[in-house]
Design a protein around this ligand. Structure first.
Ligand SMILES: [Zn+2]
Length: 82
């Protein structure tokens, strides 16, 4: 088996961690985010598309929900400057 990770959307994600103060959860969250990506769409004459140079120009966290509590009322952001 080849365990190499394929080049699936590797975003330049700033390390944002969350903590649920209700249950202490640090690892399981449903995160809804909106990402705006500008990319170069390169078509061949035949109409085949290859998308190149994707660049995240905006990223908005819509909501963060604790998987264990089922709500995000106790979730807070842990800001790490590492
Ligand atoms: Zn929780």
């Amino acid at each position: 088996m080849n365990e190499r990770s394929t080049s699936s959307t590797t975003l330049n994600v700033v390390t944002t961690r969350y903590r649920c103060t209700a249950c202490g959860n640090l690892t399981r969250f449903d995160v809804v985010e909106t990402t705006s990506v500008r990319s170069f769409h390169h078509y061949t004459v035949g109409g085949d598309l290859s998308v190149e140079e994707p660049e995240v120009i905006a990223r908005t966290i819509e909501s963060v929900t604790c998987r264990w509590c089922g709500h995000g009322r106790g979730v807070e952001v842990i800001s790490e400057s590492a």
